[in-house]
Write a protein of this length. Structure first.
Length: 341
């Protein structure tokens, strides 16, 4: 009997060891984020009916994901990720509709196939103090109000290893919707440099045959950020050219002062141009004042005020959950909580 118990114990130990080794070779990570904001917003002016002040409860890109990797040989790994957005304050979300794909990684870098943020989006939102969400996010006036803030589908991406602080990303989408007259594709690339408190980038994206009215669209952006002790400064300058429209430019400037667990933030955005050649040139300004309290590395409270001022042709909106129509001004208060796990 003792021998049988010993044999069973040995088998159990061996099974546990095998399970542990497998976990080391093929770890699976469950992760996510919950971010909800309570907002008070309104829009007025521009000769249009006012949008009276209203209270909204909004999801800010809450997500749930699973990722992992397996070592195939000494220098080769396969990696995967499935990421799903969900709305914690109401129904919504589609399975794996966020960054999802499978790829190979080696000393030469990584190659991924699936659905993923474009290099343009990844490079530019790194300088946005509001992480591409909330009514104050970068899409209020920059990234062509989201037109160059894409999660590309049917994409092939390459990410280089870092070399002397530099990293390259490049992406191209398939043209599976090609017709006799249209060949829709997106090309994008970025070159970023980071070291310690410094970050700088250049990125380019081109859209071909995605829209009948503007069969070719290009975006260029440069920017970066730097931190000196408690003070962090950031900014980006962008330019967009589209068939049949005037050249459009935008920029963002931010100041962030860190005081223990608190952050005092000011962010300014402007966009101008991009209209019809004979029309009034669109122009807008976006000002945001914010306070962030970091309870921990994973949880923060964010309070902010944002105001969007448009001229008669201006079409800027809140970064997320836009309000009003062309020529209208809008402003809003927001209080939210974010937790990452």
């Amino acid at each position: 009997m003792a021998h049988r118990i010993g044999a069973v114990a040995a088998l159990a130990a061996a099974a546990c060891a095998a399970t542990w080794v497998h976990a080391q070779e093929d770890p699976i990570t469950l992760y996510g984020r919950v971010h909800i904001e309570v907002e008070s917003v309104r829009a007025s002016g521009g000769g249009k009916p006012d949008v009276p002040r209203r209270t909204r409860v909004t999801d800010q890109a809450s997500l749930l994901g699973v990722r992992g990797a397996e070592r195939l040989s000494r220098d080769l790994h396969v990696f995967y990720q499935l990421e799903t957005g969900f709305d914690p304050q109401g129904p919504g979300g589609s399975f794996a509709a966020r960054n999802s794909g499978v790829g190979l990684r080696g000393p030469w870098g990584s190659v991924l196939v699936g659905r993923w943020d474009s290099p343009y989006k990844t490079a530019t939102i790194a300088v946005d103090k509001f992480h591409d969400v909330t009514i104050a996010g970068i899409k209020s006036a920059n990234n062509d109000r989201g037109n160059f803030d894409n999660r590309l589908q049917n994409v092939l991406e390459y990410w280089s290893p870092r070399l002397a602080g530099f990293a390259l990303r490049a992406a191209v989408t398939s043209n599976e919707n090609r017709t006799a007259t249209l060949d829709p594709r997106v090309y994008a690339a970025s070159l970023a440099w980071s070291r310690g408190p410094y970050y700088a980038f250049y990125t380019y994206e081109e859209h071909r045959d995605l829209k009948a009215s503007t069969p070719k669209e290009t975006g260029n952006a440069v920017g970066g950020k730097v931190r000196f002790g408690p003070l962090e400064l950031g900014g980006t300058w962008q330019q967009y050219e589209k068939t049949n429209l005037t050249r459009k430019r935008s920029y963002l400037l931010s100041v962030d002062y860190h005081l223990a667990a608190s952050e005092l933030i000011y962010q300014y955005q402007n966009a101008h141009g991009g209209g019809a050649h004979a029309a009034v040139a669109p122009d807008c300004d976006v000002n945001t004042f914010a306070y962030q309290y970091d309870f921990s590395r994973r949880t923060f409270l964010l309070a902010l005020y944002t105001r969007v001022d448009n001229n008669d042709a201006g079409d800027c909106r809140f970064g997320a959950g836009g309000l009003g129509t062309t020529g209208q001004d809008s402003d809003g208060f927001s209080l939210g909580l974010r937790h990452v796990f």
